[in-house]
Design a protein around this ligand. Structure first.
Ligand code: NAP
Length: 345
């Protein structure tokens, strides 16, 4: 098999970026033998600056630097203190941008600028970052189409759960009548630990943060905005409906106390934060709300580390998928899945 050398630039070497690098190292042989791919990390950026090496950086050495509390700018010989992410993309001459910087819903930066720069330069983009997709989905898609490259984001909507892939690939040809999802792990973790383990809200939130699931700003999770972001991305990419956060009716879980959770349990129900898109005459009505679910509902039995989605369709039946994501590894793996799909189609 001929081997294709694919040059990668990674922006953001945090929970996801680091795990992606670990996967890159341990899947090297599989990628070569099964897919004929040699993935070479030519650049990486974090808040310290960048590291850039045309012959390739060692992913494990980058991980080691981060473990030691250093930035990528400290990478021996190839570190570039203060080099910005966009400048790295301009200089790296890479084939793919992997974008895993923090979600920013004010202006999408730094991810949005990086993604635009990469697409303009004819690079494929793989991202786990919701901000740029929520704020500029159609602009980014148009740019990708114009340049004949791919914009892939299967890890941006509920981590490793293939919410986008099922909707776009497997339900092609059907009308989606309703979509329901538990798309935010932190809130599902908190509600489940409160209901089943008698944990306090603060204890459960601290645990979710310690596990690397919670957004840097937890109000995004607990006030429902993270789930709303994901719903907006699904609305645009799967349901074909132009949508923004203003179109989503949002209520988080901060008002849910242990009394209400007990009441739900006593009546044979469970409270989950459900993101929903329901088809109406004028389009889909979008909402994120704490919802009392019957135990027979496919999302009702989700445990603390699970997320799930249910698609109700006209001709493809009702499809439910769930994931156990105890660690964000599957999100990083979704970025690899996107990369492989780009190069095998
Ligand atoms: N964690 C999850 O479970 C999960 C799941 C799905 C999607 N996501 C999304 O994936 C993305 C990454 O998440 P994460 O948990 O890995 O975040 P994180 O741990 O906070 O890491 C963010 C990384 O971005 C770097 N960064 C920040 N500003 C930068 C800038 N201006 N230029 C270059 N690098 C910059 C940080 O640098 P330093 O290391 O120097 O601070 C850090 O390495 C986010 O958009 C998040 O919403 C996360």
């Amino acid at each position: 098999m001929a081997i294709e050398r694919v040059k990668l630039v990674l922006i953001g070497v945090g929970n996801i970026g680091r795990r992606f690098l670990g996967i890159l190292a341990c899947k090297e042989e599989t990628l070569r033998d099964r897919f004929g791919l040699e993935l070479v990390l030519v650049g990486a950026a974090d808040t310290s600056g960048a590291a850039l090496a045309a012959e390739g950086l060692d992913p494990l050495q980058v991980i080691q630097l981060k473990r030691e509390g250093q930035g990528v700018a400290a990478y021996p010989l190839f570190g570039k203190a203060g080099m910005g992410a966009v400048e790295l993309i301009q200089q790296a001459q890479a084939d793919v941008l992997l974008e895993a910087s923090p979600t920013n819903l004010r202006d999408g930066q730094p991810g949005l600028g990086c993604m635009e720069e990469a697409l303009r330069r004819g690079m494929h983009v793989v991202t786990s970052n919701k901000g740029p997709l929520v704020l500029a989905y159609s602009r980014l898609v148009e740019l990708a189409v114009e340049k004949g490259v791919r914009l892939a984001f299967s890890g941006a909507v509920a981590g490793g759960l293939p919410t986008v892939n099922i909707g776009r690939r497997d339900l092609v040809g059907s009308d989606i009548l309703r979509l329901e999802g538990i798309l935010n792990l932190t809130t599902n973790y908190i509600l489940t630990q409160m209901a089943e383990r008698g944990k306090s809200y603060a204890e459960a939130l601290a645990e979710a943060q310690a596990q690397g699931h919670a957004e840097a700003n937890p109000s995004l999770d607990v006030e429902g905005w993270d789930a709303a972001n994901k719903l907006v991305i699904l609305a645009q990419s799967v349901l074909g409906q132009a949508a923004s956060l203003e179109d989503v009716e949002v209520e988080g879980i901060t008002g849910i106390g242990s009394e209400e959770l007990k009441q739900a349990k006593a009546s044979g129900k469970v409270i989950k934060l459900v993101a929903k898109a329901e088809r109406e005459d004028s389009g889909y009505r979008l909402s994120v709300q704490p919802t009392w679910l019957d135990l027979s509902h496919p999302l009702a039995r989700l445990t603390a580390h699970q997320m799930g989605i249910v698609y109700h369709t006209d001709i493809n039946g009702t499809i439910a998928a769930t994931i156990v994501e105890e660690d964000p590894l599957p999100t990083a793996a979704a970025m690899l899945r996107d990369l492989i799909n780009i190069y095998s189609q």
